[in-house]
Write a protein that binds this ligand. Structure first.
Ligand SMILES: *Cc1c(COP(=O)(O)O)cnc(C)c1O
Length: 394
């Protein structure tokens, strides 16, 4: 069955799954097995000679995983998807699959922290050099490209400032240079941005966030044309960071409400950003849907919504900011985003706790910086809790 590529509800609910499943089940079954057996030697030959398409061993694939991959591919408008045990497994396996010793990669400076760390500390051990460029500086990006550059790794929007990259401009920049343009689109989701349509070759998501959406699993996905995904899938079979049938089922279940949740996430993000921007005890708010955001215009041109993550600076010092978090009654303190429960985090105390203050400030992580990720609650209820906690700062 064909789907209207922008009918996300239809795709979320139906794509990738059988019309009627085993035992007439409406849901895709969890095929909880590590191996798949053969009736006899002829059965093996039919499989090895490609006469029968079937499964062989859990690390190479599982029917529940296939259904989740097909649903994700349909959502992204991609030819093929391959799932991993986490977003980081998806990223590292993809980079290792595509890079060779002597190659070079360009990556932007506010990419996900562990992705940057992998490029800076792990890749050099395999003879791959990386150049880190400012997310704002397109001239520096162009200048960083060398004859041996094989990958341009972008991320949009970025964490925690929600900087938006001009993916179309990047795709023109790398065109004809034998470079794969990869975008970590976790913050955008296929609902809010269509990187493949903007010229990106490979899209990666941490499904842990908006796609699964319930703060209850880890998974990652890589999407693109089969000619590119095939070799990554083969390499993945060696690396072995597979998702597993039960997690695949949980992901399918989470995806059923993807479109509904994204509508609410986009609404909540905008409402909370607007509320915070007007609040006298808040200094700066970073949200692409606010006209004050550096990339508001680009975001409005290339995205359909801006998600639930809102970053802001409280009118307080390090301790005052922590006091504000401690005063929250319903909103939970924790990393991650994109789940049904709201989450709030103080990057200076968590991701950057072991940095010298000067070093942290140089990276733009101020003492009073807070990242808020709205859940699917009513915006008014979220605001109520934020309001009472902010009142402690008076
Ligand atoms: C969370 C995240 C990752 C890593 O994904 P995991 O599922 O936690 O391994 C990568 N990139 C971005 C932008 C993320 O937010």
């Amino acid at each position: 069955m064909d789907f209207d590529p922008l009918n996300f509800s239809d795709i979320s609910v139906y794509a990738g799954e059988e019309y009627v499943n085993a035992y007439n089940s409406i849901t895709t079954p969890i095929i909880q097995t590590s191996t798949f057996v053969f009736r006899n030697s002829q059965d093996i030959d039919n499989y090895t000679h490609g006469i029968n398409m079937r499964y062989e061993y859990g690390r190479y694939g599982n029917p529940t995983q296939t259904a989740a991959e097909k649903k994700l591919a349909a959502l992204e408008g991609a030819e093929e998807a391959v799932l991993f045990s986490s977003g980081m497994s998806a990223i590292t396996t993809t980079l290792l699959a595509l890079l060779r010793s002597g190659d070079h990669i360009v990556i932007t400076d506010d990419a996900y922290k562990k992705t940057l760390e992998f490029c800076k500390t792990a890749l050099p051990q395999y003879g791959v050099e990386s150049t880190v460029v400012s997310v704002h500086d397109y001239e520096a990006m162009e200048a960083a490209i060398r004859p041996n550059t094989r990958i341009f790794f972008s991320e949009s929007p970025t964490n925690p400032y929600l900087n938006v990259m001009d993916l179309e401009r990047l795709s023109k920049m790398v065109a004809g240079k034998n470079i794969y343009l990869i975008s970590d689109s976790t913050f955008a989701t296929p609902y809010n941005q269509r990187p493949l349509e903007l010229g990106v070759n490979i899209v990666i998501h941490s499904c842990t966030k908006y796609l699964a959406g319930h703060n209850d699993l880890l998974a990652g996905v890589v999407l693109g044309p089969s000619a590119l995904i095939g070799p990554i899938r083969d390499f993945h079979k060696m690396m072995g960071g597979v998702i597993g049938p039960f997690t695949s089922y949980m992901l399918i279940r989470g995806l059923k409400t993807f479109a509904l949740r994204m509508q609410r996430f986009n609404e909540n993000g905008q409402k909370i950003a607007e509320y915070l921007e007007k609040h006298p005890r808040i200094q700066n708010v970073y949200y692409p849907g606010l006209p004050s955001h550096r990339y508001c215009e680009l975001a409005k041109r290339t995205m359909r919504g801006f998600g639930a993550v809102v970053t802001f600076e409280v009118d307080a010092d390090y301790d005052g900011t922590r006091l504000f978090l401690d005063r929250l009654q319903r909103l939970r303190i924790g990393p991650s985003f994109g789940g049904v429960e709201s989450l709030i985090t103080h990057p200076a105390s968590v991701s950057y706790y072991n940095y010298a203050r000067e070093e942290r400030l140089a990276l733009g992580i101020k003492d009073n910086l807070v990242r808020f990720a709205a859940g699917i609650e009513e915006a008014e209820a979220i605001i109520e809790d934020l309001e009472q906690a902010l009142s402690v700062l008076k």
